[in-house]
Ligand binder design. Structure first.
Ligand SMILES: Nc1ncnc2c1ncn2[C@@H]1O[C@H](COP(=O)(O)OP(=O)(O)O)[C@@H](O)[C@H]1O
Ligand SMILES: [Mg+2]
Length: 475
């Protein structure tokens, strides 16, 4: 358990949370990596696949029969129990007619699938319910991948055909008041449960409709769990606690799915409870634990191209809402100007994420974004603004073995001529590759003392010098 640094004058009681059963399970699944399949296993797979095909046919026939028999107008009003009973009666009858015999477990599974088909998202439903799955990626009716613990897996789940897939897509998007068809071939939406949904249908999608679902995690990983999973070590956590509590402006940088939002969310846990925080996101994902939180979400234009509210609009408005801190989920466009300005003018302690591959790269991304807004500013002035606004860049990365780690913590220390000077304080040092494909390495401090150590001390975070000079927890 990460023991929080007890601040000098007003020690804060650490809020200690244990990992959920689900996270532990996900971890143990990750640890028990599977060996290559034997011949017997692949035979079984083939048999299983054939059986799945057969069951898929049976299910489709039954589904058709259900739609014919069930009174769809009362579907919304029927209780779950009634509907399940009705489905089991109709399916039993159907199975008898088709001469198909199933054992009771198979019957239960079939009835559940039929229920999902009628009320929910059909074949996708079990994947949506499986908490160990982060992403669902449909490449075509026959090929559905999921991401579990950082690794992509092909599933045996399939749609009967493109029409079936389209019907499910249609059901999802019409439920959130959107449409998708040939003239409007893609849609990006947030589902009722907070999951992010994207679909692209033919002809733009060449081999059949493409669907990507990024599932909403109800429980975001906290600092303790991230330490336990080896995302960073305790020294880094202590340092980050001081950085957040003393209101440094922080950018979390990383690639897609590298854990930026998770890290940002966990870092926000170090913010004092009586500060007022305003969050701005394209898709509301952050779950801050503080009391004073105002959450805002941008909005795309409607079908007539009207009504758009951008992150920049929200950010400008946020400045009038008396925030102590502003958190922007991801800076990717012209809101960068207002973000840097806010960081430079009293809203210190603000945080955001950025899509970049290193600390240097994320500064370059910021420069690019500023240039794209059309604001005419010499490069040196741009850099000066960045270097005075941003104090810290935390780089996260999803490594080849699927693990997500904080690979670097870098401070921006000012300007040297035209160049922004930086110093790395902590990093992940890779030392090799295990036989199981796991990356071997450890977190280490670079030996450089933080330029903010004075500031930390003044605020009551007089961190021991040892955290800047030791290699402790290996990973
Ligand atoms: N250190 C970690 N260990 C295990 N899973 C993680 C870790 N960090 C993030 N995740 C998981 O990875 C997925 C993607 O993380 P997210 O923060 O949304 O990435 P990004 O914002 O960079 O796209 C989420 O499901 C999240 O729970
Ligand atoms: Mg994110």
């Amino acid at each position: 358990m990460f023991k929080r640094y007890a601040r000098a004058e007003a020690p804060v009681a650490p809020s200690i949370e244990t990992p959920t059963a689900q996270e532990l399970e996900a971890k143990s699944r990750r640890d028990n990596r599977k060996a290559a399949p034997t011949k017997e296993e692949s035979d079984n797979k083939l048999r299983e696949r054939k059986r799945q095909d057969k069951l898929l046919d049976v299910r489709m026939d039954l589904h058709k029969k259900l739609l014919e028999t069930l009174n769809l107008t009362v579907l919304d009003k029927a209780t779950e129990q009634d509907l399940r009973r009705e489905i089991s009666i109709i399916s039993a009858e159907g199975l008898r007619e088709m001469g198909v015999v199933l054992n009771s477990a198979e019957t239960d599974a079939l009835n559940q699938e039929l229920y999902d088909e009628v009320t929910g998202l059909g074949p996708l439903e079990p994947l949506l319910k499986d908490d160990s799955i982060n992403d669902i990626l449909v490449n075509s009716a026959e090929q559905i991948f999921v991401e579990r613990a950082g690794k992509l897996e092909l599933t045996s789940v399939r749609f009967r055909d493109e029409k079936h897939l389209l019907r499910v897509i249609d059901k999802i998007v019409s439920a959130v008041g959107r449409r998708v068809d040939e003239s409007n071939p893609y849609v990006d939406a947030r589902l009722a449960d907070g999951s992010r949904f994207n679909a692209m249908v033919p002809p733009c999608a060449v081999d059949g409709s493409l669907v990507s679902i990024r599932k909403f995690k109800k429980d975001k990983l906290n600092i303790d769990e991230l330490i336990e999973f080896g995302a960073f070590n305790e020294d880094m956590a202590t340092y980050l606690q001081a950085a957040v509590a003393t209101r440094l402006n922080i950018i979390v940088s990383g690639g897609t799915g590298s854990g930026k939002t998770t890290t940002l969310n966990a870092l926000s846990g170090f913010i004092d409870d009586h500060e007022r925080i305003v969050t701005i996101e394209d898709t509301a994902e952050l779950q801050l634990q503080q009391v004073h939180v105002g959450r805002m979400e941008s909005r795309p234009p409607n079908v007539e191209g009207k009504g758009e509210v951008t992150q920049r609009d929200l950010l400008r408005n946020a400045l009038r809402m008396r925030p102590d801190r502003i958190i922007v989920g991801e800076t990717r466009g012209d809101e960068v100007i207002d973000m840097l300005q806010a960081m430079n003018t009293g809203h210190d302690g603000s945080m955001t994420t950025i899509h970049a591959n290193s600390a240097r790269d994320s500064v370059a991304r910021l420069e690019n974004m500023i240039a794209m807004t059309g604001v005419e500013m010499p490069l040196k002035a741009t850099r000066a603004q960045i270097s005075s606004a941003v104090n810290l860049i935390v780089q996260v990365s999803r490594l080849q073995d699927g693990s997500r780690r904080m690979v670097s913590i870098t401070e921006l220390t000012g300007m040297e001529g035209e160049i922004i000077s930086m110093q790395e304080i902590f990093k992940f040092e890779r030392t090799g590759l295990g036989e199981d494909g796991k990356i071997i390495g450890h977190f280490t401090s670079t030996g450089l003392r933080s330029t903010f150590s004075e500031r930390f001390a003044q605020w009551g975070y007089d961190l021991p010098a040892s955290i800047y000079s030791q290699t402790r927890q290996s990973a």
